[in-house]
Design a protein around this ligand. Structure first.
Ligand code: ATP
Length: 660
């Protein structure tokens, strides 16, 4: 398979905004991909060689790529650097520069997908003193043989800036269609019976699957306008609905596998070798992070009690960093993963050490919140303090002493060869104690580990008291957890088995929101030369686009205003809007959705300009935040797809109405 075939798809996908159109392109791409290359194609499309949680970095700075471009094109260095600045993106610059070279170079061997992947793997794995020279050589060899379009995606991949904007769930949708037999036959059947498939087979079938054929009205139209026989239309509808339910089932099966083994390349390879049935072979495995279970929210303890059937476990809700700890070899090996599934073991060697020495067993996966504490007393400190530890390489030793942390454990997902995610909450809690017998609910800086404080309650007033004590102890609220038989760990899901209740709920709008920066406005006066406000969006996970909800200008201090422009320079969209963003407001600069900020507001109102939930609750109006304020917390533990969703905003609007 030629790399240029793959790049043609990337070119088309980049122009698209809608999830459905992207899915169509991906389904088509998988159709033309030989089975043995599916895994490679899925990985390249994600812009990676190995799953993110393995932490394999390309280790290539843009400077090195510019050097390779110089070696290959022989254009003046200044011209190369100017093009990079003008385009604002290494890929687009490489496309133009390699285009200029093409006219002079005669020999080149077409790039295959396999050759590109093999070279990229070597680029990522070379280490040692002369590694930069070898990386340079490998990049130059690829660029020498690449077309301008291939150069665009190659350079983006080596710089780890692929940014096609394809959410993992869209790849999963495409894999579900690809692994549903009978779609081609269904297409033939529809054409044979007079349904036009102008857009191509997959698109048309998918569209019919998604909408048209399911409604009675459409069936009637077909009969009336196209003069079709009633029986034919009925049989078409039945066949379409049958296939649709198989696609849906397949999707759920793949999502379940992905939630416990979030490596799309691996999933695609299993699908290629044995179809959907192979998903059953995916099990929880120490060393491979599971996607986190998330909780819903409610504004009162009595509401929570009612929702959970009158009996709940209330736990302190600690304000720190969520950590998933994977312990193997009887404690000799410990890996810590963040909420974003990054390997953060190097930043918390102290925590890894505590777990390794106190664990009693063969292997296990535990989850907890890593909280900064005052040394000696164990008193909890504000969450922000922990960010001093993140991303450190050099003075980490000093920071460990300066900012001690305690890992407060609240779940056990695997123990001594057995999966625990399907077991009820209380059994999982017992398993934490079994894994680490010397654990107490006291915040003890000596051991560095604690068990989350928990009480089982049947009375809402007692619950309120527990909540107030939690606040007194420095927590941000409580987490209510179902204790029923069905209280399993739902990896990757936000559900009603966990419900959070926070102190914010007592004032203003219930809960803060985590919103994505999609644009920025230049500042004036004291903020001259930097940004004065940001255009913020919620994530519409149904359509896979970001929809605006407020313009955010307050809550920023001088440090933020200094830090944010540096973070945003790399993310500015050259030449205007991003297709993944739905906005009716025009910022001075568009920003690729990436940075998530925590925002508080007075209330949610209807808005004629913001596009969040546009037309959903009211015609020609969306939902917006009134008096939005940055809380000071940059959510670097969240990616754009983990931001507050449009559905959640609609839910919060509903709760606001109820509380009035
Ligand atoms: P979410 O994680 O629901 O997307 P968020 O990241 O904004 O939301 P919160 O709304 O503050 O966080 O609450 C959920 C988080 O609370 C969990 O992801 C976890 O990190 C943390 N947490 C603290 N204590 C507990 C506990 N006892 N049980 C479960 N989670 C807890």
């Amino acid at each position: 398979m030629l790399y240029s075939d793959l790049c043609s798809f990337y070119g088309r996908i980049e122009e698209l905004s809608g999830r459905l159109e992207m899915t169509d392109q991906l389904v088509e791409l998988y159709r033309i991909t030989p089975l043995e290359l599916i895994e490679t194609v899925v990985r390249l499309t994600k812009g990676e060689i190995r799953p993110g949680y393995e932490g394999l970095e390309m280790g290539v700075a843009e400077k090195l790529v510019l050097k390779a471009l110089y070696m290959v094109t022989m254009l003046p260095v200044e011209e190369i650097e100017e093009e990079r600045v003008r385009k604002g993106d290494i890929g687009s610059a490489a496309e133009i520069l390699v285009g200029k070279k093409r006219q002079t170079s005669l020999f080149h061997e077409p790039l295959t997908v396999t050759r590109v992947f093999t070279s990229l793997t070597r680029i990522a794995s070379v280490e040692g003193r002369s590694s930069q020279d070898l990386k340079l050589k490998l990049i130059a060899e690829l660029l020498h043989d690449s077309t301008p379009m291939e150069a665009k995606y190659l350079t983006r991949t080596v710089c780890q800036k692929m940014r096609l904007g394809i959410a993992d769930m869209t790849q999963i949708d495409a894999l579900s269609y690809h692994n549903t037999p009978g779609i081609d036959e269904l297409g033939d059947f529809l054409v044979h019976n007079g349904l036009p498939l102008d857009d191509g087979l997959v698109q048309a079938v998918r569209k019919h699957l998604a909408t048209a054929m399911s409604t009675l009205a459409e069936t009637r139209t077909l009969i009336k306008e196209k003069g079709m026989e009633k029986d034919v239309v009925r049989s078409m509808t039945e066949r379409v609905q049958k296939i649709r339910s198989v696609v849906q089932e397949n999707r759920e099966t793949i999502v379940r596998a992905y939630n416990i083994h979030p490596d799309l390349g691996y999933i695609a390879s299993l699908l290629a070798s044995g179809g959907i049935g192979n998903m059953g072979h995916i099990n929880v495995t120490p060393g491979i992070p599971l996607r986190a279970m998330l909780g819903e929210r409610l504004p009162s303890i009595s509401g929570i009690m009612e929702k959970m059937g009158g009996k709940v476990a209330l736990e302190y809700k600690y304000d720190g960093l969520r950590v998933q700890a994977h312990i193997t070899d009887m404690g000799k090996n410990v890996i810590l993963f963040s909420r974003q599934l990054e390997n953060i073991t190097d930043q918390f060697p102290d925590v890894a050490g505590y777990l390794g020495s106190m664990f009693k067993g063969q292997d296990c996966i535990l989850e907890g919140e890593c909280v900064p504490v005052e040394s000696g007393t164990g008193r909890m400190l504000p969450f922000q303090v922990i960010s001093q530890r993140r991303g450190r390489k050099y003075d980490l030793e000093d920071k460990i002493e300066e900012v001690p942390v305690i890992l407060v454990l609240f779940d056990c997902l695997y123990l001594n060869g057995s999966e625990y995610i399907g077991k009820p909450y209380l059994e999982r809690r017992d398993a934490i104690r079994q894994a680490i017998p010397d654990l107490s609910e006291r915040m003890d800086t000596g051991s560095g580990l604690a068990l989350s404080r928990m009480e089982i309650m049947t009375d809402a007033d007692e619950g309120e008291n527990f909540f107030l004590v939690a606040l007194d102890d420095g927590c941000e609220g409580v987490m209510a957890k179902s204790v029923g038989e069905g209280s399993i760990y739902q990896a990757g899901n936000r559900g009603w088995l966990w419900i959070k209740y926070k102190k914010d709920y007592h004032s203003e709008l219930m809960d803060t929101m985590d919103l994505v920066i999609i644009g920025a406005y230049h500042g004036s006066g004291r903020r001259g030369g930097t940004f004065g406000a940001f255009l913020m969006a919620a994530y519409d996970s149904d359509d896979d686009v970001f929809r605006t909800i407020c313009k955010l200008g307050s809550g920023f201090n001088d440090r933020h205003l200094e830090e944010l422009p540096a973070l945003l320079t790399e993310l500015q969209v050259p030449g205007g809007q991003n297709p993944k963003v739905d906005t009716r407001m025009e910022p001075d600069v568009y920003i690729i959705p990436s940075i998530v900020l925590e925002v508080k507001a007075a209330e949610i109102t209807f808005s004629p300009v913001h596009t969040c939930a546009w037309g959903y609750l009211k015609d020609n109006a969306g939902l917006a935040l009134r008096f939005p304020r940055f809380t000071g917390r940059i959510r670097d533990d969240k990616g754009p797809y983990d931001a507050t969703t449009v559905r959640e905003v609609i839910g919060l609007y509903g709760q606001q109405i109820k509380s009035l």
